[in-house]
Design a protein around this ligand. Structure first.
Ligand SMILES: Cc1cc2nc3c(=O)[nH]c(=O)nc-3n(C[C@H](O)[C@H](O)[C@H](O)COP(=O)(O)OP(=O)(O)OC[C@H]3O[C@@H](n4cnc5c(N)ncnc54)[C@H](O)[C@@H]3O)c2cc1C
Length: 394
């Protein structure tokens, strides 16, 4: 079965979905693996298209619709004029890892990334979300300020790099520490929290308002997107292990409980990061667990009991929590976020790719900063496409 796609029209694709594919002329057809692929008309040749007609929109495919894919698509629409953007993903909210996250802004450290760069990403993300928290969109996006404590079993002189980005960072007082008889030291501060299952639809709505379109589809090989797109942004998180063969990325399974305990208003996090209580708009998140290399998405009842017992030790009032729901996600771990341009080439044809994935435990804390950087890398690719090839000297 083939479906014709022309210009800015709504078309039916073989999986029955309707979508708008702007500025593309082509058709869906089957390839040898039984998949449907988009084949552009011969007139659409990347590179040539832009050099011959410099004002044509540059066709950008963003693969992945977790927090990275959606925020990158939005940053591109704001920062890089003249692009038509299509977000392609096999899963959208509420089925991504980003929907599972606890959603607190407390950075995790990337050993391979300079601290000043991590601080810049965190500050940009904090400022972006704080603006939402201060706006009428706060309720819809489920973004809000939250104050609380990070507590330690030994005294630490280390000041985290993000201490002057969050609000009111200070050492806990003796009076505050009385609440935590197992702990001897702690920091108090105010940060931001969001709920992925609300923030992702909020982002997706803005992405669509910017003129971008979305398409539900699994990509087996980025080259499938050539020649229908001029540039691809890879935001597939853990999917990059298979999609681009990156063996540096691996899963760290995390289990959480979502409970009702509306009297809990302060966050509490053990300094090790393993046990935490994060109150949000619609529930309180209790965590957590870390199982490196585990791909199993089934919740473990024993781990749930352990999480509840550890959280009740920190906040005894949680014995009265109700409506306890278990949830599991796979953190896309890597020593450093991959933010990088790559030029794929086959048979004399080229496809520029911007990689943006590998945020591990800290994706929400960094997403807007890294998405801005991905948009800057994409802008460099766009400028290169728009630069006319030098004319040969006669
Ligand atoms: C239990 C848990 C708690 C967490 N808590 C926090 C927290 O409190 N604070 C924080 O900052 N971070 C937290 N994180 C981390 C955060 O959730 C991740 O870093 C972030 O969600 C990663 O986003 P992503 O968009 O890269 O990946 P994902 O959300 O996994 O999105 C990847 C997208 O790519 C698509 N995709 C993959 N492969 C393909 C393919 N071949 N073809 C088409 N589409 C494809 C997927 O369908 C999906 O849409 C937590 C994570 C977990 C699991």
């Amino acid at each position: 079965m083939e479906s014709l796609i022309r210009g800015n029209v709504l078309s039916h694709v073989p999986n029955g979905k309707q979508f708008c594919f702007p500025f593309v002329t082509g058709h869906w057809t089957s390839h040898s693996l039984g998949k449907q692929v988009l084949v552009a008309e011969p007139s659409v040749v990347p590179g040539r298209l832009c050099r011959d007609r410099p004002m044509d929109p540059v066709r950008v495919a963003v693969v992945g619709a977790g927090v990275m894919g959606l925020s990158t698509a939005l940053c591109i629409s704001k920062l890089v004029p003249g692009c038509s953007i299509t977000v392609i993903s096999d899963k959208f909210s509420p089925e991504t890892t980003s929907d599972v996250a606890a959603g607190i802004l407390i950075p995790h450290v990337y050993p391979d990334t300079p601290t000043h760069k991590q601080k810049q990403w965190f500050r940009e993300t904090f400022d972006h979300l704080w603006a939402i928290a201060n706006s009428a969109d706060a309720r819809e996006a489920a973004v809000h300020l939250v104050s609380g404590w990070q507590v330690y079993r030994s005294i630490s002189t280390e000041v985290p790099f993000w201490a002057d980005v969050v609000l009111g960072f200070r050492k806990m007082t003796e009076a505050e520490l009385k609440k935590f008889p197992q702990h001897v030291f702690g920091h108090a501060f105010t940060t931001l929290k969001l709920e992925g299952s609300a923030y992702l639809p909020w982002l997706e709505k803005r992405v669509k308002e910017s003129g971008a379109v979305t398409l539900t589809r699994r990509i087996e090989d980025l080259w499938e997107l050539q020649p229908s797109f001029d540039i691809v942004v890879n935001c597939t998180g853990l999917g990059s292990r298979q999609l681009v063969g990156d063996l540096e990325i691996y899963p760290v399974k995390g289990q959480l409980l979502k409970v009702q305990a509306p009297w809990v208003k302060h966050f509490i996090r053990d300094g090790s990061g393993l046990t935490y209580i994060f109150p949000g708009v619609s529930n309180v998140i209790l965590g957590g667990s870390r199982q490196s290399g585990d791909w199993n998405l089934t919740p473990d009842a024993e781990i749930s009991r352990d999480i509840l017992s550890r959280c009740c030790a920190l906040e005894p009032s949680l014995h009265g929590a109700w409506d306890i729901k278990e949830t599991v996600g796979l953190r896309p771990y890597r020593a450093g976020v991959r933010l990088q341009k790559e030029l794929l080439a086959r048979d004399g044809r080229r496809l520029p790719v911007v990689h943006h994935y590998g945020h591990g435990s800290g994706g929400f804390s960094m997403h807007w900063g890294t998405a801005l950087e991905a948009a800057r890398l994409l802008n460099e690719c766009v400028q290169a496409l728009r630069t006319p090839a030098p004319k040969p000297k006669i």
